[in-house]
Write a protein that binds this ligand. Sequence first.
Ligand code: F0G
Length: 458
Amino acid sequence: MQTKTIIEPFKIKSVEPIRFTTKEEREKILKEAGFNPFLIHADDVLIDLLTDSGTSAMSSKQWAGIMDGDESYAGSRSFYRFEEAVNKITHMKYIIPTHQGRAAEKILFSIIGRSGKYFPNNTHFDTTRANIEFTGAEAVDLLNETGKHPEIRADFKGNMDVEKLATFIKEKGAENIPLCMITVTNNSGGGQPVSMQNIKETSEVCKKYNIPLFIDACRFAENAYFIKKREKGYTDKSLLEIAQEMFSYADGATMSAKKDGLANIGGFLAMNDTDLAMKCRNLLIVTEGFPTYGGLAGRDLEAIAQGLQEVLDEHYLQYRIRSVEYLGEKLVSAGVPIIEPPGGHAIYIDAKRFLPNIPSEKFPGQSIVCALYIEGGIRAVEIGSVMFGKYDKNGKLIPPPMELVRLAIPRRVYTQSHIDYVLEIILEVFKNRESLKGYKITYEAPMLRHFTARFEGI
Ligand code: F0G
């Protein structure tokens, strides 16, 4: 029989206590942190949904790998295990470890980016965009139209707008586009998956113009699971086969192993181009370390190698995707506006519809983030005008298309009762939404301001 309850596919061998605080304490803590949850001590957070990055619980086999790590400076056994694990999934020729995803981006774009160049993507994650813009090049988002509408339910809302991509290439000239990316799943657009068909079509357009296609592979396993469940012809394929097919359409990948590597740190660059790989390795030696450890300890490479194997387990992915979907279903049935259907790693509250009376200039997403912390000690993150807002020449805010609040679910960390608690708190905040106020920024850094900005209630 097919049971209704999908259980956590693991037993718990080691536990980490979480600290309870009172509402009064949390009000004080948040005020001291300038109403920016990035600036709160993690010990003051009860349920931390700030990110699914580097927050996974490792398995006993990964911890065993940590003990077994080979810390040789060059040619470490752990590197070869890591290389083999990445190669098994990507079939890429050159695999270059980095200390996390953005280090891979930094190396790649330092080599191929400069002013006058363009890098299209379905949606660039903020570090990818920042690394591109840092070189003077332009990062361009070409997400399909459906993906921009939180209320429309569709299977593959992370898809690239392939027609727009072709037009864009003709307009800017293929010689000005050193590389095209596709992010799976599309984090900044709601953790929405990209279909195999779309990866294939994107790759065909790129091939036609001789532009290499790189996958931002942070959440490749979650994307593979959605393909298996939603795309015709993939039901009977294994998740490994699906992942392999995804990578077969690409010329390279950047990866943060802090997500679907199930590790607490790490990442890599993978590619087939010999000349580019040589350049990347040379820069890696200057900035990260020798090419067989790239800023990581041998034990980290072991943890990633093992994590990459575990992440493609069907029971794990079923539980993973279902726990996010479960939270999403309950929120939708209570009328809370979220991006539908829920993506792979997070629930995204649609702050524009949650707080229609607070305009972008007063940061509705930040207002919800603050309320969730005060109400229940839950830490979430704003993905809207605080994170992506720009200013015009008169200093007026240019808001991004969506105002979102992300509740990212760490992998294998929380159980169903934690999720039920989160649900209860969100519903309480939603019930009292009329009493929420907007915020203004009192300090901001010139780049990636959301990490360090300070706010005041209006
Ligand atoms: N690309 C995507 C799609 C990401 O989601 C991230 C990180 C990165 C690249 C950069 O990787 O953190 O290892 O340097 N996302 C995290 C998040 C930080 O919270 O979504 P990194």
